[in-house]
Design a protein around this ligand. Structure first.
Ligand code: PBG
Length: 327
């Protein structure tokens, strides 16, 4: 191997043009997805204490927001429904009149195929327990019964206009249940973006405040993955792929780059990563305190997630990135 002084790695760093020429990684705008929180009512634009710059919108305001987003060129949107009524059966998650179905219909009526809009699919915002599935009185989360509810909701969402569905509950076998239900309803072209590798993470803290979806007791460790494990990520990803997931997601993103980098070579499906609320909030609050350059740190994170192997990124920075032409 040649050495210094023949080898001088700095040669290719001398000008911005050369640096661009040899850069291996580029974040692509059309691969970013903006999360939205949807609430009941009209005229609602509620700030979220834990997520500076992100709001909860009622359906009418959400339609306006997505219209403004579309003007910026933002096409990909994930919706989180935050219903007022919750019950033991999570009955608000599905049905024609559910918050998410109403939001989907209105967005599709306004923008049709110009947007790719899809709901997060989970029970945690709809259950009184705040758990991602149905729970028995002694606290056990019922896997298969939950799958049936998720499958029904997926069909309702697709019929209301959802361009994809994104199950985030981490029940076993839910991708199969959802795929079968969609196919049985003739919705074979509705893709499933699976939260395949979702860790039980403290980085979801700001989201749970935003969504009022913290479990009322216990935690999510019986279904979300243990942060100490990497092999299990392979099992989860391959299982979901086999069950028919079209896109596989790893979540959170930055603390799990090793997982993303490993899966990149193991799956053929597009790989997505979710830069979650805690990742966003740490950068946003550090910037507010004058301790970080928001744009630089956000872009460094997004670049790292891309470099590790994620092709699609869900990020709360999406709108700001588009609006301020960061890239
Ligand atoms: C629903 C869901 C959560 C997130 C996405 N879907 C919360 C959780 O699992 O507790 C977190 C997203 C974020 O932190 O930005 N299960």
């Amino acid at each position: 191997m040649q050495e210094f002084p023949t080898i001088r790695p700095r040669r290719l760093r001398m000008t911005p043009i050369l640096r661009d020429l040899v850069a291996e990684t580029a974040i692509k705008k059309q691969k970013l997805i903006q999360p939205h929180f949807v609430v009941e009512g009209t005229g609602q634009v509620q700030e979220i204490r834990t997520l500076p710059g992100i709001v909860r919108n009622s359906v009418d305001e959400l339609v306006k927001q997505i219209g403004a987003d579309l003007e910026l060129g933002m096409r990909n949107h994930i919706l989180f429904g935050l219903p007022e009524a919750k019950d033991e059966h999570a009955s608000g998650v599905s049905g024609d009149k559910s918050l998410i179905c109403r939001a989907l219909r209105e967005i599709k009526k306004a923008y049709g195929k110009d947007v790719n809009v899809f709901p997060d699919l989970c029970l945690c915002a709809y259950t009184t327990s705040g758990h991602c599935g149905l729970v028995t009185p002694d606290g056990e989360i019922l896997n298969d019964e939950t799958n049936a509810i998720l499958a029904r909701a997926a069909v309702d969402y697709a019929q209301a206009g959802a361009d994809m569905v994104a199950p985030s509950d981490m029940m076993d076998g839910r991708v199969r249940a959802i795929r079968q239900a969609l196919d049985a309803a003739g919705l074979h072209n509705t893709p499933i973006m699976s939260y395949a590798v979702k860790y039980a993470s403290a980085f979801y803290g700001p989201f749970r405040e935003a969504a009022h979806s913290a479990p009322s007791s216990g935690d999510r460790k019986s279904h979300q993955m243990d942060m100490r494990n990497a092999k299990e990520a392979i099992l989860e990803a391959l299982q979901d792929a086999a069950e028919g997931a079209d896109i596989l997601m790893v979540k959170p993103a930055l603390p799990y780059l090793d997982i993303i980098a490993d899966l990149k070579h193991r799956v053929t499906q597009p790989l997505a990563a979710y830069q979650v609320s805690g990742e966003y909030a740490s950068i946003a609050f550090a910037a507010q305190a004058g301790a970080a350059d928001l744009q630089a740190v956000a872009l460094e994170s997004l670049t790292a997630i891309t470099r590790a192997g994620a092709e699609i990124i869900l990020s709360y920075f999406t709108r700001q990135l588009f609006a301020e032409n960061w890239i």
